[in-house]
Ligand binder design. Structure first.
Ligand code: NI
Ligand code: MN
Length: 232
């Protein structure tokens, strides 16, 4: 049974007895982060896109831990050029079985520039991830607007836990996320990418009740604080 740990903004760690995978490890400068990048020990690093609040400390963690970096092909090249030892390029729609579990890349409606890249050569289409560890599927949507693609994801995958951006402005807002939940049909939904800075402030106090009503109790919304964990 995987355990999810929230490190704030869009960063989650997923751990089983044998492996730990981190997604979008923006920790330095992340006002919500409960840990520093030097405290992370992991086998895999999943990066949804190149914006600073997702790419974050991914390269530094890869260089120190030799964890395998999984991301879209163009962003993967950024890690290869940066000296990361183990990089696995993929692209949207593709899936691969790793030691730690299987990963499928999903579409995300968002921008593709890479922080710190002045050439533009690493720019790419952002993605989300379906991560299957110990038979439990976790969907990290990345940064995305509400998308009809989510209906297909919900139809084809039995999602234990969906991690959805709800801050608005750059991504879905809480109302959009409820609509996404109706398509994805996860057992649990955890809001992310919210209240980190002023442009993504939202009041989530009514979100769990709204989700419960909209899904007739089939999906539970859990508001995780940084440092908190949840058994999936
Ligand atoms: Ni972004
Ligand atoms: Mn973002």
């Amino acid at each position: 049974m995987p355990t999810l740990t929230y490190h704030g903004h869009a960063c989650f760690e997923v751990s089983t007895e044998d492996y730990t995978v981190i997604i979008d490890p923006w920790l330095t400068d992340n006002p919500q982060a409960d840990v520093g990048p030097e405290q992370i020990e992991c086998r895999g690093i999943l990066v949804t896109h190149g914006h600073a609040d997702h790419l974050g400390n991914a390269l530094a963690i890869a260089l120190r831990t030799n964890a395998e970096v999984v991301t879209t092909a163009e962003l993967a090249q950024y890690f290869i050029d940066g000296g990361a030892g183990r990089v696995y390029p993929m692209h949207i729609g593709g899936s691969h079985q790793f030691r730690f579990g299987s990963v499928r890349l999903t579409p995300a409606l968002h921008g593709g520039s890479v922080a710190g890249d002045e050439t533009g050569k690493y720019a790419c289409t952002p993605c989300g991830f379906l991560l299957d560890m110990d038979g439990k599927v976790i969907y990290h949507a990345g940064d995305t607007g509400l998308s009809a693609e989510m209906a297909l994801i919900g139809k084809r995958h039995s999602i234990a836990c969906a991690l959805l951006p709800v801050g608005g402005n750059y991504t879905m807002d809480p109302d959009d996320a409820v609509e996404a939940v109706l398509m994805l049909k996860p057992k649990v939904v955890i809001p992310m990418h919210v209240n980190t800075f002023d442009t993504i402030r939202q009041d989530l106090s009514g979100f769990p009740a709204t989700v419960k009503t909209a899904t007739k109790g089939k999906t539970t919304a859990v508001l995780l604080k940084p440092g908190e964990t949840l058994d999936v």
